[in-house]
Design a protein around this ligand. Structure first.
Ligand code: PMP
Length: 445
């Protein structure tokens, strides 16, 4: 299965791929040659439990997805400017999972393209230019999206905030401005919402016109942040009547990742109606396909004056065969129905480990979207950056792949494929417990 030795792969990569193109475990990257279900295999045949991969949603190389992709590939793959059933069938299927107002799909190849297109539409139909984003957010790698992603522009390597970008504090009740140690959930929700109000009022005072509010439904790169109840609802209810369109970035949180709902935003209230929903990653189980879903009137307005939208590969027959196949699996195998049980076990066990290991400052998330915030000191909440790196590496050495994120890279993230099961969860907990105990022992020596 290996064409090159690992050393040759590394050498060729160094020669032909920019060093800034990041890999997991960048100092000692993994070479993965095969994936099956929730497992990945390296070139030596080592089997890893994959809790890092939020694209292989229904399991690596799911046979139904592979079959549908290869059958369509052998029949037709073409430019997207022809009628094709795969595309319209998917449009009908996916919109059935969304509020009835969201009926129009623009198919693209990546979450970034979908988020970028939303900005283009919002600017064109509202006459505004500015956007609101949450602190620490990441919405994609295109130039405009790096400009609206504090995760990138506020990094020491970034270009800083531009004046058309308005950053609201992320409603983080553990590490943010308003914390659960001082306020109730309702108060936190209101206080963070008032920050958005202040932001809009200040922008209006200085003559700026905001057209779009971007928010993930739970924040991933910011460190698996779960918003207080009703926060998004309050924001939407305030912004939408002002003509500020609201976008739910579901690139990470869609397709039952959170277990209980197909979309993360539904956990903030079934009556939330975004102007835009962007989906990707899980949509193609690793195949590049994404979609921006919007309201019919927005799409009509966007198309006025003869504007045409074209995207060579967006919605091509193979991508749409894959996307339909992923939905088939979700609907037939109902993988999400065990997510609640397994993730409840995981969260309870992590809470138990928190009583045992001082380093665990906070455990948060739901479904298969979990974060463990590691701290040096529970009172000050100082992030345990170095220990987090050690734990991550030790988990990898025990063949369990996790990732680190958050503004301090101290939040361990668990986001496995939906087929991750109870035995996997037990192994993860046992291993994590042992590694934290070893860490404590070493610190005492
Ligand atoms: N939005 C969110 C929330 C993301 O996490 C990402 C990717 N990590 C994107 C958008 C961009 O998606 P892509 O990498 O497919 O362009």
């Amino acid at each position: 299965m290996e064409t090159l030795s690992r050393d040759e792969t590394v050498a060729l990569r160094k020669k032909h791929v920019a060093s800034c193109v990041e890999l997991f475990f960048n100092d000692d990257p993994l070479k993965i040659v095969k994936g099956v279900g929730q497992y990945m295999f390296d070139e030596k045949g080592n089997k890893y439990l994959d809790c890092i991969n939020n694209v292989a949603h229904v399991g690596h190389c799911h046979p139904h997805v592979v079959k549908c992709a290869s059958e369509q590939m052998s029949l037709l793959e073409t430019n997207s400017r022809f009628l094709h059933d795969n595309l319209v069938i998917y449009g009908k299927r996916i919109t059935q999972y969304l509020p009835k107002e969201l009926q129009i799909c623009f198919f693209t190849n990546s979450g970034s393209e979908s988020n970028d297109l939303a900005m283009r539409i919002a600017r064109r139909i509202s006459g505004g230019y500015d956007v609101i984003v949450l602190d620490h957010a990441y919405h994609g790698h295109l130039t405009n999206l790096v400009s609206i992603s504090p995760y990138k522009f506020a990094h020491p390597s970034g270009d800083g905030k531009q004046e058309w970008v308005h950053v609201a504090p992320v409603p983080d009740s553990y590490r943010g401005k308003y914390r659960s140690s001082e306020y109730s959930e309702d108060e936190i929700s209101e206080l963070y919402f008032q920050e958005v109000v202040k932001l809009v009022e200040n922008a209006e005072k200085s003559g700026r016109k905001i057209c779009l509010f971007y928010a993930e439904s739970l924040q991933s790169c910011g460190g698996q942040i779960v918003y207080p109840k009703n926060y998004l609802k309050k924001c939407y209810q305030y912004l939408q009547p002002k003509g500020i369109l609201c976008l739910a970035d579901e690139v990470q949180t869609g397709f039952y990742r959170t277990g209980s709902h197909m979309w993360g935003f539904q956990s903030q209230g079934e009556d939330l109606i975004p102007d835009f929903v962007t989906i990707g990653k899980s949509m193609g189980n690793g195949h590049p396909v994404s979609c921006l879903v919007t309201q019919t009137s927005h799409a009509q307005k966007f198309g006025e004056k003869g504007l045409k939208y074209f995207n060579t590969y967006g919605g091509n027959p193979v991508s749409m065969a894959v996307a339909n196949a992923v939905l088939d699996v979700i609907e037939k195998e109902k993988l999400h129905t065990h997510v609640h049980e397994v993730s409840t076990y995981l969260l309870n066990e992590l809470e138990r480990l928190k009583q045992k290991h001082e380093i665990i400052g906070d455990v948060r998330g739901y479904g298969y979207f979990i974060g463990i915030d590691l701290v040096k000191n529970r009172q000050t909440r100082e992030p345990a950056i170095e220990s987090a790196r050690i734990v991550l590496r030790a988990m990898r050495d025990a063949f369990i792949l996790l990732s680190l994120d958050g503004p301090y890279s101290n939040v361990l993230k668990i986001k496995p494929p939906l087929c991750f099961n109870m035995d996997n969860a037990k192994l993860l907990i046992e291993t994590f417990d042992r590694i934290l105990a070893d860490l404590k022992l070493k610190a005492q020596l």
